[in-house]
Structures are given as C-alpha cells and as structure tokens.
Design a protein. Structure first.
Length: 563
C-alpha cells in the first residue's frame, strides 16, 4: 500500500472550532478537513435534521410526475412499480409500492428476471403491463437509457415515470417525467442520491402535495439507508441526513422484514457498515441466485411470522451465493495465474459456466487481489455479460465508453458498471479495453492507496475520543471512517497470530507517554515479523470498540503496519 497523509487545515480554523465545540484538537482538525468550520455546520453534521432536506419540487419534472400519479390514483388506474433486482432497486420498489398502497389498491410490483430479461427496463416487463391492464409504470433505479423501451410502451398506451440516478446518455427517454438529479438540465442542489433516494423524493412530493408533513414518511427511511449503504454513494448532504435517520429507524422500529433478517444478529446497535455487510448481501442474494421478487416480498411484508419465513429463504440464497462466488473467484484466480501474460493494466476474464448473479462480487475480489480495473464475463443467452469494477481514481464508465464500438449495451457509475457484448467481439474488446486503460490510467493508481487523515500520538485515544469519532457516523464515501497513523510503536511482547488459520495479527501497542492499547489486524498475520522482539513500527488504523464479556474497550483496527 502507498500511504498518503492528508494536508492539515489552517491552524486558526482548527483552534476556533476547538474553542467553540470544546473538543480535542485532533477531532477539531478532522472536522475542518471535512469542511466543517463553524458551530452551526458542526451542529448540522452531528445532528442532521429532516427539515434540512431540499424541496423535492426543485427536481426537474417532479411536478409532472406528481400530477400524473395523482391523476392515476383519482381515476383508479393500475400502476406498476418497476425496479432493478439489486438492493437499490428492490428497496426502491418496496418503498414506492408500499407508499402508493396507502393511497390506492391498484398497485403491483415488477422486478425483471436477471437471466431472462437482464438489467433495467425490459420489453417483457412492458408486455406484462399491457397484458394486465397497467396504464402507468413507475421505474426506479433504472430507465434513464431506456429510450426504445419507453417509446415501445407509449405505442401500447402505457405512460412512464422514471426515477433514476445513473448518468444519462445523449438523449432523455420520452417519458411523462424523468427524475434524475444527474440530468444536465436538472438544477436539483444535490446530485448524489441513490435510486431509492430519488424514489423517496417522489413520495415526499406526493405527501407535500396532499398536505402531509415529510416527518410522516420517517418509517420509510430504513429502506433508504440500506440503499445508500449498498450503492456506495457519498454519505454527505442529503444522503447523510437520510442515512442518519434511516439507521435510527433500523435500530428502533425496523419494518418486519428487516427485523426478521436481524433476528439472528446479536448486536446492540447497528451501523451503516453492518447494513452493508449483514442486511444488503441477503437482499441482494435473492436477485443473484433466485429472483428479486423474494427481496421485495420480504421488505413489504407487515406480518413478522411471514417475514421470518421469507428471511429464512433469503438467508439460504445468501449461503448459496457465498459458496458460488468463492468457487468462481478461485477459478478466476487460477485462470489469471495460467495466462502468464506480460504486465497488464487491466484484468479481463471469461468462462461460459460462471453464474451471472455473482460475477460482480468476483470482479470486486479480483480487484482487491490484483488492483486493476477488472471485468468478469460469462455467457448470457446469445451474448456475453460482464460486471466491471474499478480502482480508486479511475473512471471505468469513461473507459467503457471508449470501447463502445464493441459493446451492445452498458451502464453504471465511475467505479462499477455492467455490459453485454457479442461473443465474436470478446478478444477485440479485451484488447481495446487494455489499450484504453494503459493509455489513460496514472500508474500510481495501480497500487492501493491508504489515505491517512492525521498523524497522532496514541495518548489521546480513549473512550471519550472514541465516542466523538462514533458520532461522525454514518461513514461512507466523502465521509470515511477517520484513519490515523502513529509512529514509533512497540508491542508489549504479547503480539501473536490469531484465528483458525492464524491469518490475523493481535498485539498490544504502546508509546513512551501512552497507555497500552490492543490492536487487531485482520488478514495481517504475515506482518508479525515487523513487530517481533520489540521492534519499532508505524501503524495506520481506525479507532474501534471491542465488546467482550459485557465490557467495552477501545481498540485499534489496523489497516497496515510498516517497519
């Protein structure tokens, strides 16, 4: 890893904030680094208020979307709520459908089959709407590029409202309303909402239009928080407000489906990290291994006993997903080893038998291993489908755009995308992608960066320090968990490799003027020689809580150590 240390902010700004908040200078520095320089800004950061959310009618086409939905409700039209099969899509569908069902009985949901229909709006979905008498489709977390499909629906007399957050193409679909803060002609002040966040803005606008206070929608925020965590959007601005309150809902009054997922989890209080690693994979597993409908049924169920049964099914899909992605990752790693190619700037692998539902996870694991922009392909009908993952600082969406002559269809973000190509174009695409990455990537991006907020002594790291750091949550892009570095540490002599395979490192660190503090480094057992025999070492870490036998203590979660 290359360690980079952030520049320290202006000292007078730090001391001014420290004085106003009466906190440790280290914590004041962290806040100023994140653009929080006044008491008011700190108050807004630590206690985000629902009232600080922007007016939903600032979003382009919001008035048109509300008018069309109100008309559909008034005229008893059938409304089909359509969404993608991942976490953002299924939470969006559950949110929109459960809200609309409080206004009309004429609501149904539709999730495309990952294997028969693929990503986004499908012709099959539109045919289903026609066959079943739906005159309005509300598409969530997809649709911004569905120009032909929206036109096809129009021919059949079916209107579309699109709620998306992906980057639009050159043309916007000819729908009744297209809600997407990333539209160039949209002046909405916050551009980084997830799909479920855009859906929440639409139900907020419907509520306001009916004289209902936005606070009445508080119970829907658990779904929004899950989508924010799973979709890895920046946890700043509106996303911070929505995630902050959504986590509170999860911890106090979660809906039956979330409660059922968490029934087996023995944790006093969940964080957004727990959402990402406990809740999101189970919701995602339904669409990956079986069908996204299972996730929507779980999230919309109001009876706990029924939800508990759905949760068992979803958990089984998740166990199946784990085994499958582990096996395919091993096969992909073996394939890369056997290629024995020259040094490459990208990783592109293909096997017709790989399960389409897990290739995104496999792409992430390969990126962790080789730290290259990565594509994992498998067979999908007559075409090849791939999931793409990038390294920090490299825009894989732009790289794919440069290879568009070989691509049938693609969409996504800076760091993750999906695409389909014809089998005969695989080798040409692979060569072109490597050429584009080689020509455009800064070589230093091919070594993982460990971004360190501050160099500090161990001495201030205590329970009070930990409590304030915890209050900076929810963490995520643009507000990451603070990473600290301390120099010249010594292990007290009890350092050892732990875990079943002895792959983790546990030690007790100390500096001349500090108390002893336990540190744990997951998958860092190979670093043991660096701390042996009272050798001096530097450590990069986050500050964490250890719960053991009813006792809570501060510990360091090691990110890396160096001699």
């Amino acid at each position: 890893m290359r360690w980079t240390i952030k520049a320290l902010p202006e000292a007078d700004k730090v001391s001014k904030l420290q004085e106003q908040l009466q906190i440790d200078p280290v914590l004041a520095t962290l806040l100023v680094q994140r653009g929080i320089e006044t008491f008011e800004a700190a108050k807004s950061f630590f206690r985000p208020q629902i009232s600080e959310l922007h007016d939903p009618f600032l979003m382009k086409d919001m008035d048109l979307a509300v008018a069309r939905l109100e008309s559909a409700i008034a005229n008893d039209e059938r409304i089909l709520v359509y969404g993608d099969y991942d976490v953002d899509g299924t939470t969006s569908v559950a949110l929109m459908a459960s809200y609309l069902q409080t206004r009309t009985e004429q609501v149904a949901t539709y999730i495309p089959d990952r294997y028969d229909e693929g990503y986004g709006v499908s012709y099959q979905g539109i045919d289903f709407a026609q066959d079943n008498g739906f005159s309005l489709i509300v598409a969530l977390d997809c649709g911004i590029k569905a120009i032909d499909k929206v036109a096809y629906a129009k021919e059949k007399g079916i209107d579309f409202i699109i709620c998306d957050h992906h980057r639009p193409g050159d043309k916007i679909p000819d729908a009744v309303a297209v809600l997407d803060p990333k539209r160039e002609d949209c002046d909405y002040p916050f551009k980084e909402l997830c799909g479920c966040g855009v859906g929440f803005k639409l139900i907020s606008a419907l509520a306001l239009n009916n004289g209902t206070a936005i606070e009445e929608l508080y119970s829907y925020l658990d779904l929004v928080a899950i989508a924010i965590g799973a979709d890895i959007v920046p946890v700043v601005g509106e996303n911070r407000i929505l995630a902050y309150h959504g986590i509170q809902v999860i911890n106090s009054e979660p809906r039956a489906g979330i409660k059922a997922i968490l029934a087996e989890v023995q944790k006093p209080e969940l964080t957004i990290t727990d959402v990402v690693f406990i809740i999101a994979p189970r919701i995602n597993a339904a669409g990956r291994m079986k069908h996204g409908n299972h996730a929507v049924a779980l999230l919309m169920e109001t009876d706990f006993n029924q939800a508990a049964q759905f949760a068992l099914d979803v958990n089984a899909f998740n166990l199946d997903r784990r085994e499958t992605d582990q096996r395919i990752t091993e096969e992909a790693l073996e394939l890369i080893k056997n290629l024995k190619e020259e040094e490459r700037f990208s990783t592109v692998v293909y096997d017709a038998s790989w399960h389409k539902g897990v290739i995104g996870i496999v792409a992430s694991r390969l990126t962790e291993t080789y730290y290259r922009p990565t594509l994992v392909f498998t067979k999908s009908g007559e075409k090849l489908a791939a999931s793409a993952r990038s390294v920090k600082g490299f825009d894989i969406y732009n790289a794919l755009e440069a290879c568009s002559e070989y691509i049938e269809q693609f969409g996504g973000h800076k760091y993750a995308a999906g695409l389909t190509i014809l089998p005969e174009n695989y080798e040409a695409f692979k060569a072109k992608f490597e050429e584009v990455v080689k020509a455009t990537i800064d070589p230093k991006l091919l070594t993982p960066e460990l971004s360190i907020d501050m160099v500090i002594p161990l001495q201030p790291v205590n329970q009070r320090f930990m409590r304030i750091v915890k209050q900076m949550a929810p963490f995520g892009p643009k507000n990451m968990t603070p990473v600290f570095m301390s120099k010249g540490l010594i292990d007290t002599g009890y350092g050892k490799c732990v875990g079943q395979e002895k792959t983790h490192l546990r030690l007790t660190a100390v500096q001349p003027d500090s108390d002893k503090i336990v540190a744990i480094g997951f998958n860092m057992g190979d670093k043991y020689p660096l701390i042996q025999d009272h050798k001096l070492f530097d450590a990069a870490y986050t500050v964490d809580e250890n719960h053991w036998n009813g006792q809570v203590s501060v510990q360091l979660k090691l990110k890396d150590i160096k001699a």
